[in-house]
Design a protein around this ligand. Structure first.
Ligand code: AMP
Ligand code: MG
Length: 335
């Protein structure tokens, strides 16, 4: 009897060892979607099919949310059509809520201003002051009309979900991975990272926070499990005019110009990918002091702020998870 029991325990142990993914079992899957490079890291026999299903889910979202795809719901809204769609209505409600929470720093109706700078089509230009002044009256969430699941835009109002769509997609990836029973993996949708579970050896995943000034360098490393980490930075998309002025893609909706708040990147860590994405864009516009004030007020996320004058500000909730990685910066914890 004892022997049989031993055998059962041994078999159970072997099964456990057999199930646990080893570090070397993880494979990466790269593709380009939502105008950015994406990488999925997954393990197990079904990794390939799981990755393919994830890619399909993201592409379906892109077909709905992209403003440059002619038949997308967003393109139809932007052409003045009325659209009924529960998911889009919920996402727009979320956007409007964050416009209010961030005092207008996150605002999807900034679309035509973003386009005037050429960021929608990658044909960059500096718009003149009159052009921007003519567009600003149509920036504001009151231009979005929501009635249950039915959405429309007021005349001359257009939306651009580029500041939130990838975060929303990462929440949808989490939902899909729940359905598929995936225990651990990483979805890196451009600067939107979803860390699921821990690595095989129960160690958390490591997410590097890029040094905005050095192409291959990092200012810090975050150890995360079951969290979203989203970075916004002016260095991600920018151009230079003939006088050497730099213009980047995160627009201050109040001025119509690229935000100059003294920050060079904002990383938000949260349990919601959608919220983290909206916040990273907004806090980049608001600057360090107002970002920290909002962190204190809302209490639902943590931050790593990199300032233009070489400081890295880390909120205390990340004290155990953050490691500095550069001698070119000074590091402070915010309490
Ligand atoms: P992210 O990389 O998430 O910070 O998003 C930047 C993108 O969001 C830009 O490329 C624009 O498409 C859009 N965007 C720019 N400024 C804003 C803003 N203030 N509020 C909302 N979306 C914005
Ligand atoms: Mg964002």
């Amino acid at each position: 009897m004892k022997k049989i029991l031993m055998l059962i325990i041994l078999a159970a142990l072997l099964l456990l060892v057999g199930c646990a993914a080893q570090e070397s079992d993880y494979r990466t899957y790269d593709f380009f979607a939502m105008d950015t490079s994406m990488r999925l890291t997954l393990a197990g026999e079904d990794a390939l099919s799981d990755a393919s299903l994830t890619e399909q889910r993201i592409r379906a979202l892109e077909d709905t949310l992209s403003r440059t795809k002619e038949d997308s719901l967003v393109a139809r809204l932007n052409r003045g059509e009325t659209v009924t769609d529960a998911d889009l209505a919920a996402l727009l409600r979320f956007c409007m809520d964050y416009t209010e929470k961030t005092d207008g720093a996150f605002d999807v109706t900034v679309a035509d201003v973003v386009a005037a700078w050429g960021f929608t089509t990658d044909s960059y230009q500096v718009p003149d002051a009159e052009t921007l002044a003519a567009l600003l009256p149509y920036v504001g969430s009151d231009g979005i009309t929501l009635d249950g699941n039915t959405v429309s835009l007021k005349e001359n109002v257009r939306i651009d979900l580029g500041g939130i769509a990838k975060g929303y997609a990462s929440d949808c990836v989490k939902e899909l991975w729940d359905e598929l029973g995936i225990e651990s993996g990483i979805a890196a949708l451009g600067g939107n990272i979803y860390c699921r579970g821990s690595k095989s050896d129960a160690a958390p995943w490591t997410v590097g926070i890029r040094d905005p000034k050095a192409a291959d360098g990092y200012v810090g490393l975050l150890s995360l499990a079951d969290r979203f980490a989203v970075t916004s930075g002016g260095y991600e998309r920018w151009f230079e005019d003939e006088n050497g002025n730099i213009y980047h893609h995160i627009i201050d909706p109040k001025t119509g110009y690229p935000a100059r708040s003294g920050l060079s990147s904002v990383t938000v860590v949260s349990e919601s990918g959608t919220a983290a994405d909206a916040l990273s864009t907004a806090l980049y516009v608001l600057g360090a002091d107002r970002a920290i004030a909002l962190w204190r007020e809302l209490g639902s996320f943590e931050l790593v702020l990199v300032t233009e004058d070489g400081r890295v500000l880390v909120t205390e909730g990340l004290a155990e998870s953050f490691d500095s990685a550069s001698e070119d910066y000074s590091y402070e914890y915010i309490r």
